[in-house]
Design a protein. Sequence first.
Length: 367
Amino acid sequence: MKNIANNILFTQISALLENARKKVAIAVNQAMVLTYFEIGRMIVENEQNGKSRAEYGKELLKDLSINLTEKFGKGFSQRNLEQMRQFYLSYSITQTPSAQLKISNRTKTQTLSAEFETTQNQQFEISETTSHKSFPQLNLSWSHYIKLMRIKDVNERKFYEIESFKNNWSLRELQRQYDSALYSRLALSKNKEEILQLSEKGQILEKPKDLIKDPYVLEFLGLPEKANYSENDLESGLIDKLEHFLLELGTGFTFVARQNRITFDEKHFKIDLVFYNRILKCFVLIDLKIGELKHQDIGQMQMYVNYYDREVRLEDENKTIGIILCQDKSEALVKYTLPKDNEQIFASKYLTILPSKEDFIKILQGN
């Protein structure tokens, strides 16, 4: 009993310490980001007082870099100071979208900014000349913001900032989602008002079509673009790289089953992959097809969806969604095989390589 009690105590203390370390890391990171924002503000205001802004600013950053590096060490190269300056210019005009999202969720959890505010008052002194209103709530790491500042389209940049915050993307995950043109893929089938909503709220799942991408990018599988691999190879790769596939699928997905067998009239059928989306409260069935989509494939998925709706789905759950992933498809075949009011079955292409941005635009336009 004594050992059991000690183990429980050890587990509780370990959890407490790990949680405390996370909070300290968050506070330190936000302190650094806000400090860089303030350094950027001071540089910009100092430049504005100079007679010749371009020449004055260049010399200012050069001298400042030498002096700060001599006193504080690495991290204050001329390039880094330029990024701090750009950081202030990019985020000083309006409140950041991730901050707006955080305010809307304030009733759920205490905000990071609130946690930091206490730390800031106790440990950090940031210029009194900057009012609290001019400080945006910056909820990501400095590395995230360096990446985001490289995105020229403001709406696209806002979208990736919101999604990074909502989904707790690492820098690597943010880079991957940007490289796979997530924003462009989601915006493709939306009108101007819906595209604007993407930049203000991120991806919102309200109806089945909201979670569909076309194409899906599966470059993480390491499969060549065109080769002799089977549907089983594709499926096994997705299971082996399930974390990557869940990232590509989007928000709210949980894995349920692989090769899920359904039986009726003494006949057996297997659904390649079964997921559940917690936001839409529905099952999502995925069938994998090598080559071009056939109308029989759509009919088969219709059967799977009907079975799940009638035999598996609970009364308080929404209708099942079916997604057929294929290498190629005819839009006309999909259009005339499915009913006009279809909200359940979708066919999307998949790519096994990550195209260049130019090629991606051509692919999206081709859809």
